[in-house]
Design a protein around this ligand. Structure first.
Ligand code: 6PG
Length: 508
């Protein structure tokens, strides 16, 4: 920890849910914080909360009235943590800091969910004026307060200044078990264990990794939702009963934060009606864009990530409620199927396997996407470390990530997670059950776009031959786009003159 008389260690700008909790977390770890927000109510709010939590003793957060006061209150080089909405507000604060006299050695850390390309541009734009650094934060409100997963990237010398603070405030994992060490007590941060932060790479790489984290998050959430619909609508289970199934699954290989909170949501009664709350929540999903960006990036670079893309589409189709209502009485579905208890139990078991397999595929898609972009951008991403820092603090934290770390520790340049023996064995073992679950959903007319697209992804990758030969024939037929042959050297192009009577073949 730095020690400068009367000067604070870190400035936090933007005291919404995330900024406020980051400020309190940093202060809990014995750093002195200057806090600023354009809304003075928020500044007072964080000061009040600290006072309450610390019984008015040993207060470490100072409120600032403006950017000048903020800069004057900090030791140099200043560390300024921005927690403002992605987009124009980030540049707005950067301009305000420039006007207030921020200096070339000062470090400005963007912690929002910014577009990674914006971060690359910003680092270049502000070079020489201050160091624009970034660190995506995952874990929501509780994570920010008691230990998030942090994905810093940018100038390496800036990281040396920031690292001790980041290591202190990040979520911690027990190195032996790989499980999170969680303690949600103000003033008593977790100081033991491995920190869920690591330097990701050059500017933009941290935001890219966080974007893919969110793409996986979208897919993982949708997979759980599809399982819920199959159990609820297909097997006629109550929300509470589905919650029980999820609680049981959460004890096994599907253990994850998202599975745990889904069980809690399903078991919650509506305070207004007493019915299951989930049945009173309108089935229209929101989104802020990071899942979409992941899907777009996968399309642009040519990395198949169908399960992530389907998760984005699932949110889109959910918002078209009135069209769905109209079509629900217009389009036919299959006749209802009734299952006896033994068949129901077998389907629940098959669904657990299906969920596991689909989850492996969505992580495989996310990691392959990061690998392809890293190659294109010349980033040296350490995938074992990335999986490690997602084991606690973040939204996709899951026991399962330990196996991903092990897979990349065994082979750092793994081309695809499906190539790792441990995952290949599990998928081969469970693929029959996966098909059973998908067939049951299809036969009952229940949409499972993520579980089924993951199966198609699995089947595509285990197909030595795909019908792209016919596709190339079609392209050559109408557009003379040429094709390669299986019996001539790679790269040699051929074209058949389809319109000619004798249909001559020529090497192009
Ligand atoms: C996290 C979350 C967080 C947020 C996302 C998703 O890692 O803490 O991913 O960043 O919940 O922005 O939001 P949407 O579902 O609204 O897109």
């Amino acid at each position: 920890m730095k020690s400068h008389r009367n000067l604070n260690d870190v400035g936090v700008i933007g005291l919404g849910v995330m900024g406020k909790n980051l400020a309190l977390n940093i202060a809990d770890n014995h750093y002195r914080v200057s806090a600023f927000d354009l809304d003075t109510v928020k500044v007072n709010g964080v000061l009040q909360q600290e006072k309450q939590e610390r019984n008015g003793q040993d207060l470490r957060i100072t409120g600032c009235a403006n950017f000048h006061e903020m800069l004057a209150s900090l030791a140099k080089p200043r560390i300024l943590v921005l927690s403002v909405p992605a987009g124009a507000p980030v540049d707005g604060v950067c301009q305000a800091l420039l006007a207030a006299g921020v200096e070339s050695e000062d470090i400005v850390i963007d912690t929002g969910n910014s577009q990674w390309t914006d971060t690359v541009e910003r680092e270049a734009r502000y070079k020489g004026q201050f160091i624009f650094f970034s660190s995506a934060v995952s874990g929501g409100e509780v994570g920010a307060r008691f230990g998030p997963s942090l994905m810093p990237s940018g100038d390496e010398s800036a990281w040396q200044h920031v690292a001790p603070i980041w290591q202190a405030i990040a979520a911690k994992v027990d190195p032996k078990s790989g499980l999170p060490i969680e303690r949600f007590e103000p003033g008593n941060p977790v100081t033991e264990g491995e920190s869920c932060t690591t330097y990701i790479g050059p500017a933009g790489s941290g935001h890219y990794v966080k974007m893919v984290h969110n793409g996986i998050e979208y897919a993982d959430m949708q997979l759980i939702c599809e399982a819920y619909q199959l159990l609820h609508d297909g097997l006629g289970m109550s929300a509470d009963e589905v919650g029980d199934v999820f609680e049981r699954w959460n004890q096994g290989s599907l253990n994850s934060y998202l599975m745990g909170i889904s069980a809690e949501v399903l078991k919650q009664a509506d305070p207004m009606t007493g019915k299951p709350l989930v049945e009173m929540i309108l089935d229209k999903a929101g989104q802020k864009g990071t899942g979409l960006w992941t899907a777009v990036s996968s399309l642009q670079i040519g990395c198949p990530a169908p399960t992530i893309a389907e998760a984005v589409y699932a949110r889109s189709v959910s918002t078209q409620k009135s069209l769905r209502v109209q079509l629900s009485s217009k389009l036919a579905g299959p006749a209802a199927i009734s299952l006896d208890d033994a068949q129901k139990a077998a389907l629940i078991e098959a669904l657990e396997s299906a969920l596991y397999c689909a989850k492996v595929c969505c992580y495989a898609q996310g990691f392959q996407l990061m690998a392809m972009t890293a190659k294109e951008q010349e980033w040296q991403l350490d995938f074992a470390e990335i999986a490690k820092i997602w084991r606690a603090g973040c939204i996709i934290r899951a026991t399962f990530l330990q196996s991903i770390t092990q897979a990349y520790e065994a082979k750092a340049d793994l081309s695809c997670l499906l190539m790792a023996d441990s995952f290949a064995e599990q998928l081969s073992l469970k693929q029959g059950a996966w098909r059973t679950a998908v067939s049951a959903a299809i036969m009952q007319g229940i949409p499972v776009p993520c579980i089924s697209s993951a199966l198609a992804y699995y089947d595509s990758y285990r197909s030595e031959t795909l019908p792209a030969n016919l596709l190339q024939g079609q392209r050559d037929f109408f557009g003379a786009h040429t094709f390669e042959r299986i019996d001539t050297p790679a790269g040699e192009k051929y074209h058949l003159v389809w319109s000619a009577k004798d249909r001559t073949l020529s090497k192009v």
